[in-house]
Design a binder for this molecule. Structure first.
Ligand code: SF4
Length: 353
């Protein structure tokens, strides 16, 4: 058994419908969604972790975690599945249509101190095309309700949605900035084969326009004091998502629930439950290279000190990093520039070879 993880992800794979771009594992909620909490506890025990904690971070994602309802979250808190360390971060993802004042007040009372609302767009026609099942007004009301209970509330947007003109995207960004949120995630649309759009043969967004949209978001958010601390994530200093930072820093985490991935030591478990034990070098490479996504910069000395097995790569990596800097893909601290974020995968491939 691995050391008890300090970071736990709970997946709630229920949705009331299917967003057109989504290929995640999710289905309709069962008659008693709260009973799912008991299944999570049983899964944790079966995997050798009858109780977890004190956790540094807990992230409830989905699917639609709000479908657990107040009863489900109370049951989760009282289940004995986990304890939280002093100052722990507990995030819950929320769908705008599921946000109610009693729910967010209950979440706050239970210790949830971070909410992430999937807004995606601020235009009703786009939301309808995406089959999001909420309106722009509902999203704005959800943000207000959520942050009245939990001040550290952020939103997600998707860049590159079909039918969104540059002018409409600029309007979305202005509305986002006007909300004055501490955290905004901006994901570039990818047309997944398992999604409704993928099955319908929707063409992926034009790569240049997509890069422009993502870059414009980063500029607008930077102007509002939100730093692009990871390729898709922007936060006011001190409001970064600690749960995700742990992953990008190459830390362990346990995922529970149908569709949840885990990383414990060299054991990698995919969302479909498939497990693989990585070689020590594969493990180190994977944990090291996620740092390339971060604004704190790819600190070669610190990375090689943590992963001695990668030291034979020192000279080659130093040359490659210098090359990326010379091409304007990394800044002087080896943090990705706007152009660098666009070609992260290609840089990673070069470092992997
Ligand atoms: S995007 Fe989220 S809410 Fe929409 S179907 Fe997928 S998991 Fe459910």
């Amino acid at each position: 058994m691995s050391a008890a993880p300090k970071h736990l992800y709970l997946h709630v794979p229920f949705c009331t419908g299917r967003c057109a771009y989504c290929a995640f594992l999710s289905g309709p909620p069962p008659a008693d969604p709260a009973a799912y909490v008991d299944a999570l506890s049983r899964e944790a025990a079966a995997r050798g972790f009858p109780s977890l904690g004190p956790l540094e971070t807990l992230y409830c994602g989905g699917g639609t975690p709000a479908l657990l309802g107040e009863r489900g979250f109370v049951r989760l808190r009282e289940s004995g599945l986990f304890s939280l360390a002093e100052g722990a971060e507990w995030t819950v993802e929320l769908h705008p249509a599921a946000v109610t004042a009693p729910l967010v007040r209950t979440l706050a009372a239970l210790g949830v101190n971070r909410l992430s609302i999937g807004v995606q767009a601020f235009d009703d026609a786009t939301l309808a095309r995406c089959n999001r099942r909420h309106t722009a007004r509902q999203a704005l009301e959800a943000v207000d309700l959520a942050r009245a209970a939990v001040p550290d509330t952020g939103i997600d947007l998707i860049a590159g949605l079909p039918g969104v003109s540059p002018a409409e995207w600029a309007r979305t960004l202005r509305q986002t900035v006007a909300l004055g949120l501490p955290h905004v995630s901006v994901y570039a649309l990818s047309v997944e084969p398992g999604s409704a759009w993928g099955r319908a043969g929707l063409a992926p967004p034009d790569p240049d326009r997509l890069c422009d949209a993502v870059g414009e978001a980063a500029e607008a958010l930077a102007g509002a004091g939100l730093r692009r601390y990871e390729t898709s994530n922007h936060a006011r200093p001190g409001f970064e998502c600690r749960h995700n930072l742990n992953t990008w820093h190459g830390g362990d985490y346990l995922g529970l629930g149908r569709g949840a991935a885990s990383r414990l030591g060299r054991l990698r478990r995919a969302g479909d439950g498939a497990e693989e034990t990585l070689s020590p070098e594969e493990d180190a490479l994977e944990r090291a290279l996620t740092r390339l996504r971060l604004a704190e910069g790819f600190d070669l000395g610190a990375i090689l000190a943590r992963f001695p097995i990668l030291r034979p790569r020192r000279a080659r990596w130093a040359r490659l990093l210098a090359d990326f800097r010379a091409h304007g893909l990394l800044d002087a601290d080896n943090a990705p520039t706007r152009r660098g974020h666009e070609v992260l995968d290609a840089m990673e491939r070069e470092l992997l070879r």
